[in-house]
Design a protein. Structure first.
Length: 391
């Protein structure tokens, strides 16, 4: 099946490029080598320490009159067979007439303003084998209709024909559970709900210093509900209302995200509130330093899947604003009740125009056994280096 998907992926890349020769065509292809090293001995039998891999990310944009075809694919080959995967991150047709916009196909839709916890971001499923903490998303098939007005804001409607399940890491991989789970381990709350159409709506607007978004989602939840004792899980049918808000006061940013999610088996409220202050041009050569503090609350308590139920995040972002796009983000996430902590560092820089290096470091401290999922990852501190070339 994986071989079939890879061949289909390469065929799409070839044919899109062939067809596009008669239109306005922009392309970008990124080839990356990645090396992940885990410092500690693994928690479970079969897990390994060192994971070399490579990835391919082609992007195409075909323009003709008021129409666009957007394509962004992703393929990775890794030592862990589950992490060897291919995905259509984006592949959709878009057309615009005046204030109206329509698109259909695979999309990636991002909602949110916070740094450590994007609660309102619900359209796309997490690509868990690529990033265990939700930093990477799978493409979601959907149709989207948007109406934009300077006076009333942007109204967007989304219809999703089916749900995409989380793919779990394989036996060799880190960030997995004691048992190697397959894609179908997590069931649906009701039979055949994969084919139930999900619906979402979002309104966004800005008023002077205020940027605001209101959203609604109804359908299969992207986040499964786990029973830690039996380790059974399923995707619930949910309704979710969301609010994201950002206030800009010169160099201060106030950020808020809040959701109210209801389901037959579990309903809850969660929020993240934060403040970011930026020191501009600190060294006289363009260096900006942003200081970030955020607080996350989830009234599920220890049952919160992302473990951000009563946590604070402190981070510092360095942006050199240079030709190489050099940036560094360091952060500490700490649980107020359980004292579990996680330290992270992320650095990136381009060089010689067509090359880029990314460095990532993650270290866990004092993980409390009462956390829902984090205790399984207590030995999964890692360092990652990724070298990329653009064509």
């Amino acid at each position: 099946m994986t071989k079939y998907k890879i061949n289909l992926f390469l065929a799409v890349v070839f044919h899109v490029k062939l067809i596009s020769q008669n239109f306005n065509f922009d392309s970008d292809i990124k080839i990356s080598e990645e090396f992940r090293y885990f410092f500690n001995e693994p928690s479970f039998q079969g897990q390994e320490d060192f994971f070399p891999s490579y990835s391919l990310t082609p992007k195409f944009n075909i323009k003709f009159k008021e129409n666009n075809i957007i394509f962004r694919g992703f393929f990775r080959h890794d030592k862990d067979i589950r992490r060897t995967h291919v995905d259509l991150r984006e592949f959709y047709y878009q057309t615009s007439i005046s204030q109206y916009d329509f698109s259909i196909g695979y999309h990636q839709i991002f909602w949110g303003v916070a740094e450590s916890n994007n609660l309102v971001d619900i359209i796309n499923q997490n690509d868990a084998v690529e990033s265990p903490f939700g930093n990477d998303k799978l493409g979601q098939p959907l149709s989207k209709f948007t109406y934009s007005s300077k006076n009333t804001g942007v109204f967007s409607f989304f219809l999703m024909p089916f749900h995409r399940k989380i793919v779990f890491p394989g036996k060799k991989s880190r960030f997995r559970f004691p048992l190697v789970l397959n894609r179908n381990f997590i069931k649906y709350e009701e039979n055949n709900k994969k084919l139930k159409k999900d619906f979402a709506f979002r309104w966004s607007h800005y008023f002077d210093i205020v940027d605001i978004g209101l959203s609604y989602f109804n359908g299969n939840g992207r986040e499964p509900i786990f029973n830690r004792n039996t380790f059974m899980a399923f995707y619930p049918m949910i309704s979710q209302f969301g609010l994201d808000l950002q206030l800009t006061f010169e160099t201060f940013l106030f950020k808020f995200e809040g959701i109210k999610r209801t389901a037959d088996v579990q309903s809850f409220y969660a929020q993240v509130v934060g403040l970011e202050y930026t020191l501009n041009n600190v060294n006289g050569n363009g260096l900006d330093i942003g200081m970030i503090s955020e607080y996350s609350y989830d009234d599920r308590g220890a049952l919160a899947v992302n473990s951000l139920q009563n946590d604070v995040f402190f981070g510092t972002r360095f942006n050199w604003n240079d030709f190489s796009g050099t940036s560094l983000l360091v952060g500490l996430l700490s649980d107020i009740k359980y004292n579990s902590q996680s330290f992270s560092c992320d650095f990136s820089r381009r060089f010689k125009e067509v090359y880029k290096i990314n460095l990532e470091f993650q270290y866990f401290l004092n993980i409390d056994s009462r956390e829902l999922l984090l205790p399984f990852f207590i030995n999964d501190h890692f360092f990652k280096i990724e070298l990329s070339q653009f064509f």
